[in-house]
Design a protein around this ligand. Sequence first.
Ligand code: DGL
Length: 282
Amino acid sequence: MSEKNELGRENLCQAPVGVFDSGVGGLTVAREIMRNLPDEKIVYFGDTARLPYGNKSKDTVIRYSRQIIRFLKTQQVKAIVIACNTASALALEEVEKEFDIPILGVLKPGARVAASVTRNKKVGVIGTESTINSHMYDRFIQAQDPEISVYGKACPLFVSLVEEGWLKDPVTEEVARRYLDELMRQGIDSLILGCTHYPLLRSLVQKIVGEKVTLVNPAYETAKELERLLEREGMQNHAGKADPAEGYRFFVSDAADKFKNFANSILPYDIETTRKINIEEY
Ligand code: DGL
């Protein structure tokens, strides 16, 4: 890339990574970046005023993603991670062409790992309706190996159950059994947790599908992919931090306090401030 994001080369390494999602779910991706790339700063945006994205049309999700990327660019980010599976499925191809900044989605990293771990070439994917109906996971997995069969299942209730905090509740278990039974009958040996919220249901899902099914967490794989991207582009931050929580900034489009409470329940560091912005201005 000839020019990087209006930032001088010297400042580039020190610049934050932009991460965005429809709301709180993308914090599972931010959390993996914090764990795996502790020297990187993060500017996170959660589109809490306009969620969910999981049942929205492609045009709408592209429009929202464009606005968010414009906002993140005002924060001088050096690269952007679309933490939302739905936005990665519906908008990444489009926005990649429009913006002069490296943009990473969560689907390809998850798909690549699923294709490498399956032994019987039967991979399950769970996600929102829009992600599953887009068949983008299928496309990326079959680009790795056309012989792999991909079985998708939309699990729309999972998002609400996670946001309610019912991670180990019998109601959630019953819902999960209904969703996952169908996939298990296909004989899958690996399963992609293809929605930001699902890594928080990991132990429940593992209990239902059994230890023989390998769960793939795109959030973790994306953090690893980000590491490779920053290395490749010479943009890693090696400066170190005096305080591990330094350099994390959070923005939302609504309900900043609710966001902050959820964030503090899942992130390794407490968030002090979350700022509300008007994303429609971008
Ligand atoms: N973040 C979305 C995803 O990963 C789930 C929540 C929503 O539907 O907005 O697909």
